[in-house]
Design a protein around this ligand. Structure first.
Ligand code: ARG
Length: 578
């Protein structure tokens, strides 16, 4: 596949230009399939090679490009080599293209794309991804949903590329809000309600106590007392808090399960209060702590030491802050999980927080701070359900399911489904994911139920629909995966376009692994589905000679498995019928 072809072309280049093949493997790019003209398969930018110092400039770029193209020899794999504007184009033998890709697609350990030599230079190791991280008793807002979907994608991607992945949910389970919640619960709480509908009840109590606090000073006073008791681990404050936390985690787990998301660790801010104290101690010993006039303790982050930029790590009353607990948590994770890289996924408003965190860790002498990364994302506007503004993640999933079910009920195949609700749920979630992943993560977007659930737009529904159609085709004509297949029966433009497109998959995964943006994978799969649709229309399987049917079936089986594995990386569960 791509990797085999890259290597063939790279070896030609290396023979003439005298560098190692590896240098050229990464410099080659598979050309996107275009409807208008017959495109070459791979392209090499000569100007990039010169810019990167791989080859030295000789005269003007164009004549150098042409001279190099002339020197390269064609063979049975690379059939045409020509010079374009500053680039060299390579066209592969159609037969070899088909043969090699089919061979890869049929391999037992299906890792199409992920096995490429493009990944040879990347270090594999342990990746810790921290994502979702909602706050107990507060609203699970759209940002938490985004973090959940994006973090899950990053974790899946890293795992598919052979890394060990640890998925951490860092709950907002500590802080002054628990003072409020504790006091609120003591006043308006109800054990029965808490059992019956925990998230709703805790949220209601929290809202109510905050409202009362606006007019009643006692409450704020009582909340401070409650939180102080909690910090000292006194009962009943501690046991009440424990109960809130446990119930909330149980509830969240149910929703994560629906989303197909799992965590290895449910940690949270509460785990690190002791360590936060030690961190402050250590900052003190290292001479990094300064006391302000207001009595707070801060770390100076300005380049010239004039306190023009600083982070507060201790309040004047001696309690720790969000960032203090994050410093402690990071150090603790390094000790426990020995990660090689750590990725935090939150909305972009926390960008500065994470910059400060990484800077402090690095100043404290932790070189691995350089391998920590924050992936920020934009706002979702207008996420509403029939019940109004979204408070709970569950409501979004329920609504996606019911809307999808309604759309599906218009189609005849839905009637034959064993569990239409379950299918609607999976398709609905895919719709949420594609809507979220289509653009750059830092962009804001407007939530739109109708648009994201369209069956024929660039949506998750379209991906699922294509997958289901391919599955039914394969089921109908039997899976000929084992049979021999003659590549010369797959040389029509429609199938060649698919193979050309598949050449890009390793590059797409590589790009995503670098910038951690899911849009590369989404767009690749959407195009794959469009190409699959045209191939499906033109290349019939039924009523053809057995050899032709067999070959076409192999093509569709291949598309179906790449589509399914790509969808899984994005966090979707492909459905076989819908
Ligand atoms: N609970 C936080 C919030 O909802 C997000 C936590 C992000 N992770 C971290 N290590 N600070 O805003």
């Amino acid at each position: 596949m791509a990797s085999f072809f890259r290597r063939s072309i790279a070896s030609k280049l290396s023979r003439i230009l005298g560098q190692s093949e590896e240098v050229f493997i990464g410099a080659l790019s598979a050309v996107p399939v275009s409807k208008k003209h017959l495109s070459p398969d791979f392209r090499l930018s000569v100007s990039t090679l010169i810019k990167n110092g791989v080859i030295s400039p000789k005269g003007d770029i164009q004549s150098q490009t042409e001279a190099l193209a002339k020197e390269l020899e064609q063979d049975s794999v690379v059939e045409e080599i020509s010079a374009g504007r500053g680039v060299i184009n390579f066209k592969l033998s159609r037969k070899v293209l088909v043969e090699k890709i089919l061979q890869q697609l049929g391999e037992r350990d299906f890792r199409f794309g992920a096995k490429s030599e493009l990944f040879a230079s990347l270090e594999k190791g342990t990746t810790l991804v921290e994502f979702s991280s909602p706050n107990i008793a507060k609203k699970f807002h759209a940002g938490h949903l985004r973090s959940t979907m994006i973090g899950n994608f990053i974790a899946n991607l890293k795992a598919s590329l052979g890394n060990d992945v640890i998925r951490v949910n860092y709950l907002g389970d500590w802080g002054m809000q628990f003072g409020m919640l504790g006091v609120g619960y003591q006043r308006f709480g109800c054990q029965e309600q808490l059992k019956k509908n925990p998230l709703q009840h805790l949220f209601d109590v929290y809202v109510q106590v905050n409202r009362e606090a606006e007019t009643c000073d006692d409450i704020s006073q009582a909340a401070r007392t409650f939180f102080r008791q909690l910090e000292k681990h006194e009962h009943p404050a501690l046991s009440l808090w424990q109960q809130f936390r446990e119930i909330t985690v149980e509830e969240y787990q149910k929703v994560y399960k629906r989303l197909g998301v799992q965590f290895d660790v449910y940690s949270g801010e509460s785990f690190h209060q002791e360590q936060a104290r030690e961190v402050v101690q250590q900052l003190q010993t290292q001479g990094l702590l300064k006391t302000t006039e207001r009595g707070t303790n801060v770390v100076d982050l300005s380049p010239s030491g004039d306190m023009s930029r600083y982070a507060t790590v201790l309040r004047s009353d001696g309690t720790s802050l969000y960032i203090t607990r994050d410093i402690a948590a990071a150090i603790n994770r390094k000790e426990n999980y020995h990660f090689d890289e750590m990725i935090y996924v939150t909305d972009k408003s926390q960008e500065t927080h994470f910059q400060q965190l990484f800077q402090i860790l690095s100043t404290m002498g932790h070189p691995w701070a350089e391998r920590c990364r924050h992936v920020g994302f934009g706002l979702i506007q207008g996420m509403k359900t029939r019940r109004g503004e979204v408070v709970f993640l569950e409501d979004v999933l329920d609504e996606a399911r019911s809307r999808m079910l309604k759309n599906m009920s218009l189609s005849k195949t839905t009637k034959q489904l064993d569990d239409p609700e379950n299918t609607a749920e999976k398709v609905g979630i895919s719709a949420l994911i594609v809507q979220d992943f289509k653009g750059p993560l830092t962009s804001d977007y407007t939530f739109d139920w109708d648009r994201m659930l369209q069956a024929h737009g660039d949506t998750g529904v379209f991906l699922q629909y294509t997958h289901a159609r391919l599955c039914s085709l394969i089921q109908r004509y039997g899976d000929g995966a084992g049979g021999a297949c003659d590549p010369s029966l797959l040389l029509e433009p429609r199938s060649i376009a698919v193979f050309q497109h598949l050449l890009r998959y390793d590059e797409v995964l590589y790009q995503a692994s670098q910038d951690l943006q899911p849009k590369h994978v989404v767009n690749f799969l959407l195009t794959l589905c469009h190409l699959a649709g045209s191939a499906h229309r033109e290349l019939q399987v039924g009523e053809r000679t057995q050899n032709v049917a067999q070959a076409r079936l192999r093509l569709f089986i291949g598309i179906c498995s790449v589509l399914a594995s790509g969808m899984r990386v994005l966090g979707m569960t492909p459905v076989k019928k819908m």
